[in-house]
Structure formats: structure tokens, C-alpha cells
Ligand binder design. Structure first.
Ligand code: PPS
Length: 572
């Protein structure tokens, strides 16, 4: 198959791998008889940029020669500069069924056909080598290294693509321009000099000042080109961010700035990633790229040390600048100077001059507290958008997750807490009591380790949904295993508050109480695998609240929890 190669006004060839008309129909027909691979979310991002030309000059997932050359020397085997491996990772089992010359259908997770790949080679990955050479570390604290070791398959499958369709998107249609569309728009608007701003964060006044200065410096226009594929885990979701960028756009001088979205899966690869970003922006028709402090930085390693120096990315882009065909506009950190009521790069700050800044963490804290966000920091309309998805704690959902032995008092305290929460009012509250859950949500499950895990994680899933919808969920299973509690915590904390309450009643006391007569039966061997008798209870070490039901009444215990929730700001 012949690929169309467009010579575009801004220089540089753009690969367009999508077949049209009859050729496309033929590919769809052929795919019916081919083995399929269902692409992961990251692979879907990669294939979108391969197919739409954002990754030009690549014409498919890398074969071994290109991969080795990229890993070792940041170049394709042809010698062309390319810093990031773009590979199709698969399991050992899938790899075993593939050989050179095979054609495979690549589909998204709904089964939609995106492309057919002609396999050029299949090989086992040396993950240590890739991590070390590409990202400079084998620490899983680096998001791309963690992904490589924990999520990526063991083998890579290289080969050119015959594209059928770009991945489907249902959002922000008017902002998802392909490289060809963006180049055409620049051409139509007469934008000959365009500086791109790469971002994965909401933009505030510092970014506005920086981008304004950059556009002024080059005497051209600005493209706000945020990543909406995959960014760093924990980042603010892109829907919120895009709504913020749209509001920010109104603050630029008319016709100076344009917003377009980039469906890239970032690797947080610092210097190599900056070079990659530059090549991608060149493909999107830009003439310049802003590279700031700690560009595409992955944060710190487990010892609190940064993976890359703050200006490593700028240095690497400078090193290869001759080959890039896009210029870097380097920027230092911008800080607010109350003296001039404006922003300036940190290296222009005079000795003793007062400056102000608000870190990402501090911003989140202010949002969570419903505290003021000063106008020198951001625009009221941008903040308003942020607050919609980041309400103060008193409006967020939360889960109170009880754990403890049978007979420890969980259900009694949980019931008392429910009544107090309902008395307080303000949010709907749901109680998922261990015994009760087993009559519906977990009906049919027994007490094997596997069934208990399923039961506890089902409760966690429901709690996370309730929390996400800003309600209150009180859970009271035994939840004997640490791993399940941790999984629930991780899930629920993404959506709101999480309070683990350990009802720390000693086994002897629970056995003595034996309200249901189950301990007696367990001791007599009538019930097998009873928690605390012949099945383990892994006592929590990181519970937010530990209760002593031998010293305090159920009501007093519930009051302790209410006090903590108030202290933490969840009850307003
Ligand atoms: S778990 O481990 O979290 O899935 O347990 P859970 O769903 O909370 O159910 C515990 C209640 O089931 C009764 N029961 C048993 N508990 C522990 N081990 C065994 N083998 C067992 N068999 C039945 C018991 O009444 C528990 O209720 P609580 O309210 O905890 O006393």
C-alpha cells in the first residue's frame, strides 16, 4: 500500500496512514479474516498519532532496528532524530502466535478496527535496558518505568500500519485537530510563526504571562496544545482542564492564541520527552515550542531525589536543535512580584525583591478548604471551573470503612454513626453492613480467602461510586485482609475522603460476647475458617481511627468518628 506524503507549508513531511475509499473497504474486509489485538489505552493514544501523522516520520510501531537505535542513540536506524520508543507491547502468548509477514488487525477496546499491521519482527524486551537508557532509571517511581515493568507486555511487535480509522472521540470535537487540519488552519489564518505551549496542568496567570511573552518574543501566535491522552497519574482530569483552558482563552488578545488538543500518551521522560514534544509540534505545524523548567518531569524517586535536573530538557533540546526544524523558546520559572503587580522570570528577580507563588499542592489544599484563590494567581472564571470538579471537603463524598473481628462491635457503632450522620444532614448516606451485604450484593459468596476478597472489594467498589457521587458510605464488613483494604483505599481516595476505622476489640472479648454463638461453633469445629480462630485477621496498621469498644459505648465511639470528620472538614 502506498502512503500519501504531504509536503506541508511549514516544512517537514507528514505521514497520513489512513486509507480512504475502496482501499479502506478492502482493509475492513481483510480484517475479518485476521487475528486481532485489542489495544491498551496507551497504545490507542500512540496509534492515533501514528495514523494522523503526529509521529511522522514513523509509519508504524517500531521494528527492532529502529527500536534499538532509538534506545541507544535517540535515532531511527536511518539516522533521523527520534527520542522515544513507540512500540506495540504484547504478552508472551500473543507473541508466540506471530511471525514476520503476518497481518494483524489492531482494534480499540470496543472492537473498532483502527489499522492492520504487517509484522516485521517480534522480540522479547529487555526492560531494564530500555528503562535505564531511555528514562535514565529503573525506579518504578518513574511513571513510564512503572508502566514498562508492571503493565507493558513482555514482547514487542514491529511493523508498518495500514490505517482504517482514527480512534473515536465523543468530546471536544471542535478542538481535536489533526496535524494536517492544524497546518491548514494556520495557513488559512496566515499564522506563519506559531509557538506551541505543552501542558498537562490547568493554566493560571503565570502561564498566561509566560505564553504571552513567548508569542511576543517570536513576533507570532500562540498554540495552547494540552495533552489529553495520558498524563501523570493523579493529574487533574482533562475535561476539567479543557474547560479551564477555554475560559483562559478569553483573556488573550483577540486572535493571538488558539487552543487545540493533543491525544498523546506522555511518558514523563524529561529531556528525551522534550525533544519528542518538539518533533510532534513541528508535525502539527508549529515553528517554536516553549520548554520550561522541568519539562515533562516525572517527579521524584523514592528517595525524594528528582529524576532529572530542572533544565536538563532545555539542554538536550539545544544539543539537537540543528536537526529539529522547530525552535525552542526556553523559559525560566515565572513568579509574581507584588511590587510590580506582575510576573517575571525568576532570574530577573532582584535580590531582596518579594515574590509570591502557589504550588500545585497548595492550590489543591485551598480548593479542598474552599479557601480564597487570589486574583494575582488565577482568573476568577478559571477558578470557577476548577471548583466545579474540586469542591471543598464539606461537599465531597466520603467513606467510613469499619474493619474488625466478628463481634467487635462494628455493626452497632456503624448504625449509631449512620443515625448521627443523618441527624447532621446535608448528604445522602448508605450503610453497607457485612451481614446485610451478603444477602444481596455478595449473595452466594462464602468465606474462602477468594470469596472474602471479592466481597470486600465489591463493597469497596460500591463505596467508591457513592463517594464519587458526593454521598456518604459507611461500610462494616470484617475485611480481614490488608491487601483488600488497601485496594479499596486506593480506589476510594481518588473520589473523596476515606476513613478506615479499626474496631480493635480483642479476640477474647469478642469470643466472650459471642452474640451469634458463632465462636462456640467455630471452636467446636462446626464452622470452618472462622476469622480469628482458624482464618487470619490482619490488624490494620494505618487506620485513620482506632476504637476501643471495651472502654467506650457504641455512641461514644460514633461521636469520636463524628469529631474526626468535623475536624477534617468533611462535615462543614
Ligand atoms: S468478610 O471476611 O469481610 O468477607 O466477612 P463479612 O462479609 O463481614 O461477614 C462476616 C459475618 O458473617 C458471619 N460469618 C463469618 N464470619 C467470619 N468467618 C466465618 N467463617 C464466618 N461465617 C459466617 C459472621 O456473622 C460475620 O458477621 P459479623 O457482623 O462480623 O459478626
Amino acid at each position: 500500500m502506498e502512503f500519501a506524503t504531504l509536503i506541508e507549508p511549514h516544512g517537514g513531511e507528514l505521514c497520513d496512514l489512513i486509507a480512504t475509499g475502496k482501499a479502506s473497504d478492502e482493509l475492513k474486509e481483510e480484517a475479518l479474516g485476521l487475528p486481532s489485538i485489542s489495544l491498551t489505552p496507551r497504545q490507542v493514544c500512540d496509534i492515533e498519532l501514528l495514523l494522523n501523522g503526529g509521529f511522522s516520520p514513523l509509519k508504524g510501531f517500531m521494528g527492532r532496528d529502529d527500536y534499538d537505535a532509538v534506545v541507544d542513540s535517540m535515532r531511527l536506524s536511518s539516522g533521523v532524530l527520534w527520542p522515544m520508543p513507540i512500540t506495540l507491547d504484547v504478552s508472551e502468548e500473543t507473541a508466540a502466535g506471530l511471525k514476520e509477514g503476518d497481518r494483524i488487525a489492531l482494534r480499540d477496546q470496543t472492537g473498532l478496527l483502527l489499522a492492520i499491521q504487517t509484522v516485521s519482527d517480534v522480540w522479547k524486551v529487555d526492560k531494564e535496558r530500555e528503562a535505564e537508557k531511555v528514562f535514565g532509571s529503573t525506579s518504578k517511581a518513574h511513571p513510564a518505568v512503572g508502566y514498562l515493568f508492571d503493565d507493558a507486555g513482555t514482547h514487542y511487535v514491529g511493523g508498518k500500519l495500514d490505517g482504517v480509522a482514527l480512534p473515536t472521540h465523543y468530546d471536544f470535537h471542535d478542538l481535536r485537530r489533526t496535524p494536517a487540519e492544524l497546518r491548514a488552519e494556520f495557513e488559512k489564518d496566515g499564522w506563519t510563526t506559531v509557538v506551541a505551549f505543552q501542558t498537562r496542568n490547568p493554566m493560571h496567570r503565570a502561564h498566561k504571562e509566560l505564553t504571552d511573552r513567548a508569542a511576543e518574543e517570536i513576533g507570532g501566535h500562540l498554540l495552547i496544545h494540552p495533552v489529553v491522552g495520558m498524563t501523570k497519574p493523579g493529574d487533574i482530569d482533562y475535561y476539567t482542564r479543557v474547560r479551564c483552558y477555554k475560559r483562559l482563552l478569553d483573556h488573550y488578545t483577540h486572535d493571538r492564541a488558539m487552543l487545540s488538543l493533543l491525544p498523546l500518551a506522555m511518558r514523563m521522560g524529561g529531556p528525551r520527552e522534550a525533544v519528542w514534544h518538539a518533533i510532534i509540534r513541528k508535525n502539527y505545524g508549529c515553528t517554536h515550542l516553549i520548554v520550561g523548567r522541568d519539562h515533562a518531569g516525572p517527579g521524584n524517586d523514592e528517595n525524594g531525589e528528582p529524576f532529572y535536573g530542572p533544565y536538563d530538557a532545555q539542554e538536550m533540546v539545544t544539543e539537537v536543535s540543528e536537526e529539529l526544524h522547530i525552535e525552542m523558546v526556553p523559559f525560566k520559572l515565572m513568579v509574581y512580584s507584588p511590587g510590580i503587580d506582575g510576573y517575571k522570570p525568576i532570574d530577573e528577580v532582584k535580590e531582596g525583591e518579594e515574590t509570591l507563588s502557589i504550588s500545585g499542592t497548595e492550590l489543591r489544599q485551598r480548593l479542598a478548604d474552599g479557601a480564597e484563590i487570589p486574583s494575582w494567581f488565577s482568573y476568577a472564571d478559571v477558578v470557577e471551573e476548577l471548583r466545579k470538579t474540586h469542591p471543598p471537603k464539606k461537599q465531597q463524598g466520603f467513606t467510613v470503612f469499619f474493619t474488625g473481628l466478628s463481634g467487635s462491635g462494628k455493626s452497632t457503632i456503624a448504625n449509631a454513626l449512620m443515625v448521627k450522620l443523618l441527624e447532621w444532614g446535608g448528604r445522602p448516606a448508605t450503610l453497607l453492613d457485612g451481614d446485610v451485604v451478603r444477602t444481596h450484593l455478595s449473595k452466594g459468596l462464602g468465606f474462602s480467602a477468594e470469596d472474602r476478597s471479592t466481597n470486600v472489594q465489591r463493597i469497596g467498589y460500591v463505596a467508591s461510586e457513592i463517594t464519587k457521587h458526593r454521598g456518604i458510605c459507611v461500610c462494616a464488613p470484617i475485611a480481614p485482609y490488608e491487601a483488600d483494604r488497601r485496594a479499596n483505599r486506593n480506589l476510594i481516595e481518588q473520589s473523596g475522603g476515606y476513613f478506615e476505622v479499626f474496631v480493635d476489640t480483642p479476640l477474647e472479648v469478642c469470643e466472650q460476647r459471642d452474640v451469634k454463638g458463632l465462636y462456640a461453633k467455630a471452636r467446636a469445629g462446626i464452622i470452618k475458617g472462622f476469622t480469628g480462630i482458624d482464618d487470619p485477621y490482619e490488624a490494620p496498621t494505618d487506620a485513620e481511627i482506632v476504637l476501643d469498644s471495651t472502654k467506650y459505648s457504641a455512641e461514644e465511639c460514633a461521636d469520636q468518628i463524628m469529631s474526626r470528620l468535623k475536624e477534617e472538614g468533611y462535615l462543614g
